[in-house]
Ligand binder design. Sequence first.
Ligand SMILES: C=C(O[C@@H]1C=C(C(=O)O)C=C[C@H]1O)C(=O)O
Length: 393
Amino acid sequence: MKQVDLNTDLIIDYQKAINACINALRNININFAFWKEPKSSEINLIVDFNQTNLISDIDLETSESGFLFAPFNNSKEKVFIKRELHIQWNSDAISVNCEGKSSESFIEYLHNFEDTEYNEFHLRPDTETSDNYKSLVEESVNEIKAGKLVKVVPSRSRKITFDGRFNYGQYFNQLVSNYPTAFISLTYTSKSGIWIGATPELLIQVENDIFKTVSLAGTQSFNENQTLADTAWTQKEIEEQALVSRYIINCFKKIRLREFDEHGPKTVKAGNLIHLKTEFTVNMKETNFPELGTTMLKLLHPTSAVCGMPLKAAEEFLLAKEGYDREFYSGYLGPVNIGGRTAQFVNLRCFKIEDNCITFFAGAGVTEDSNPEKEWEETELKMNTLLNVIKSI
Ligand SMILES: C=C(O[C@@H]1C=C(C(=O)O)C=C[C@H]1O)C(=O)O
């Protein structure tokens, strides 16, 4: 891979590059991902010009550099986007690394792309009913009361159609400015279509021999008149999050890993919402677990933040009762071996966009004390993370 010397005219605006990549899908077969890491201002793009690379498993430690996009269902294939072209936008600089002729002509294309007007976009009104979801929550509670499950995370999707052209670049940019602590992504693969998200949840990270994961659960609306430290949580929410932490600790136990640091739970802000979060870190050198990333990715997904406990029973319940395919919602995604780092995030607060239809996805953790109306409202709040931003632009 070579670093391209940028002369001063080769300045590509990243919003325009997003729209150019979407536009290119009409003519060429590419897979690509744009992303921004939490608390960073750097925007990344990688493009793969080969045939879509479907894999059933990944070995993170030996994998080439790229971006992984995995559906919720573990038995379905994941997509690996190879890093053939990699562009990084920092506040005042752009760096381009590329391999091969296709990359070079694609850079030319991005540079010369002229974006068009987007002024006619608007969402069509939709008629949403809560009945189906509330009965699913009721069934979930019954299953828990019958002792078959301890926790389960039923989810739903909501489709909203629109007129006009969606300005992907502007929308991504708005997510970046509204949600500085989220992992923001826009991913296209021929297998998945276009997905956009702003997730608060890290699944695994490996960097400088330090492994990290988090347990995130419990949801309330953010209240600007209250400090995060003063937030009160109900017993139900505290238990719900503790179950996710217990699930993670059980995964460590399965591989006999005893030395890990645990910080939390703490209240954290995620856009318009707040959650309880505990961080777990492991020194992979000291514990002699060089392959902890791959091992934990396999053990953790799907965690009880998005599926439930016991895992098998919760998976079967959701497959039988949810009544729709989650596809890439609550799967995971992120960079692999880029700059010596791998990070995979749970694909939450996301939507899929195709033709003139946006499909939103959200779920809520159900325990014995759940109230169907409240869980419904929670999924509405979660969907609003992205919907409100569409309405604001
Ligand atoms: C399932 C979702 O979020 C997860 C579930 C949460 C909860 O039940 O309180 C909170 C954060 C996430 O771990 C979602 O956003 O769709």
